[in-house]
Design a protein around this ligand. Sequence first.
Ligand SMILES: C[S@@+](CC[C@H](N)C(=O)[O-])C[C@H]1O[C@@H](n2cnc3c(N)ncnc32)[C@H](O)[C@@H]1O
Length: 248
Amino acid sequence: MTKNATREPGLFDSWDDYSNIHMEANVPPGESPLNVASLEELVSLALRLGASSVSGWSQSEQELAANATPTVNSVIDSAICLIQRGLDPLGDSFCNLLSASERRPLGAIYTPQVIVDAMLAWSSSQLVPDRVVDPGVGSARFLVNAGRVFPNAELIGVEIDPIAAIIARGHIAAAGFSDRTRIILADYRDAVFPEISGRTLYVGNPPYVRHHLISSERKSWLVRTAAKHKLDASQLSGLHVHFFLAIA
Ligand SMILES: C[S@@+](CC[C@H](N)C(=O)[O-])C[C@H]1O[C@@H](n2cnc3c(N)ncnc32)[C@H](O)[C@@H]1O
């Protein structure tokens, strides 16, 4: 496979293929793979990719959209090209514009493509879901790839960071899945979905945030919710444990 070849979404012929295509999107910290200078410009890019067409917009996202800094056509073209090749240029730009320490309080560490592919390949060997939920959707890496692997599934992403939610919308729109996707800006522990008769696949990489950053109200919620499931939970648990219980 050459660097310019179009690959079937979700598949690599070898580790070298993965490395070649993936490393293009991993640039040194502080630089953007797309030449995007600010989060405001990244929001503008997501809007130009069609973010508005994905349902579930919140007030805070609308305020961010109103203050977006325009981006240029060449950046939009590059983003579309990279997304069509199965990469996540918006998520990569987000991670390059914010340092690891700035992203740490929300546990915003996005998942390498090779892991996304492996988890979805395993999931597809287990079931064909009617709905896919990523409880902390980030830039929609899992959700976009789930859309490719499960062409008939409804897609739902929950995210607490409004900038990430807008980026997820842009990624989903550019991948062509707006019609069957909803992005919800919320704390996942408060998110409510309608019951469906079919099967729901919960897939993603939850935020890993230490208990020091979790409020006492949320810690009490954890213990109460665990007890409802006849489980013990420590108040010292990280945020990922809250997510597991919220899914249960
Ligand atoms: C480890 S990242 C994973 C993102 C994406 N699922 C991926 O794997 O690339 C966790 C995401 O959860 C979000 N998050 C953190 N706390 C949250 C909460 N309480 N409810 C919903 N999302 C949350 C973060 O902003 C971040 O985007």
